[in-house]
Write a protein that binds this ligand. Structure first.
Ligand SMILES: Nc1ncnc2c1ncn2[C@@H]1O[C@H](COP(=O)(O)OP(=O)(O)O)[C@@H](O)[C@H]1O
Ligand SMILES: [Mg+2]
Length: 267
């Protein structure tokens, strides 16, 4: 794929430079959703953003996709200002983005087909990815015949099949039960380690953020400002069911939680 001129491997995948965003509602009231926010995400880096509900996490992702424009400051993707939907970006949201009227294999093949791959090739590639996420026996099933966890697997296959250089995730697993959630987090880390892209993972779940990410960006209550960035030095590969008992993990969650607690109270 062709990149913009200055975008060598050393160019950050994503850069927020002193970004503020203010919404003006129909009745003329202003809501500041984000204030003086700066963040740089390296190629291949896994970053998590945590903060209380309503602080501006989704707003941040929407500026990476170009859905929202900063009121002040700039957002760059691969060294270029965001102009519109970028085919190098993949998304997984909390709500299922699968087409309910399409079978699993047609859902997973949708991306490659849309990008102009011939049908037989797209279907073969889809089979590979369906297998990779453990749904080999369910290719002909429809989404309503699957559990919530299985639909998430479809969503992951559907996203990773396009080999995104940037993956944006907005509370993707929050509707799942604990066990399924843990499995999906492992699945995600496995897929990501084979993909090598950058991830921005938004969650209100601090432990999820620490367990998954290289760095955790903690936002304050609205208007969100960046309170602090924490490095997570836990070794990889990580196994979700084990990482939670790592003393380093426990230390870090206590430390961040102390910081976050004040914000949750304020929100
Ligand atoms: N299109 C919009 N118009 C006005 N206000 C908005 C709009 N989108 C979000 N907001 C407000 O901005 C704040 C941040 O929203 P959001 O980024 O969705 O929070 P989070 O994802 O952290 O829960 C909230 O107070 C929300 O009500
Ligand atoms: Mg949100």
């Amino acid at each position: 794929m062709k990149h913009g001129a200055p975008a060598g491997r050393s160019t950050p995948a994503i850069e927020f430079d002193d970004v503020s965003l203010r919404f003006i509602s129909a009745d003329g009231n202003a809501t500041v959703a984000l204030r003086n926010f700066s963040m740089s995400v390296a190629r291949g880096e896994f970053v998590a953003i945590v903060g209380p509900t309503g602080c501006g996490k989704s707003t941040t992702l929407n500026m990476i996709t170009g859905l929202l424009k900063p009121t002040v400051g700039s957002v760059r993707v691969m060294g270029q200002p965001v102009t519109g939907i970028d085919p190098r970006i993949g998304f997984v949201f909390q709500a299922d983005a699968v087409f309910p009227w399409r079978s699993v294999e047609d859902n997973v093949a949708a991306g490659p087909l849309f990008r102009g791959k011939a049908k037989p090739e797209a279907m073969a590639l889809a089979q590979e990815w369906i297998h990779r996420v453990g749904l080999s026996r369910f290719g002909k099933h429809y989404p309503h015949q699957l559990s919530g966890g299985m639909r998430k697997r479809v969503a992951l296959a559907q996203t990773f099949i396009n080999n995104p250089e940037i993956l944006l995730m907005d509370e993707p697993f929050s509707a799942l039960d604990m066990q399924t959630r843990t499995l999906m987090q492992d699945e995600l880390l496995q897929l990501w380690s084979g993909n090598g892209g950058s991830v921005v993972f938004v969650t209100h779940d601090l432990e999820e953020a620490i367990a998954l990410a290289d760095r955790v960006f903690v936002l304050s209550a609205r208007p969100a400002t960046l309170k602090r960035v924490y490095d997570v030095d836990l070794p990889r590969p990580r196994v979700m069911s084990e990482v939670r008992y790592d003393p380093q993990f426990i230390d870090l969650s206590k430390q961040i939680w102390d910081e976050l607690r004040q914000e949750v109270v304020l929100a």
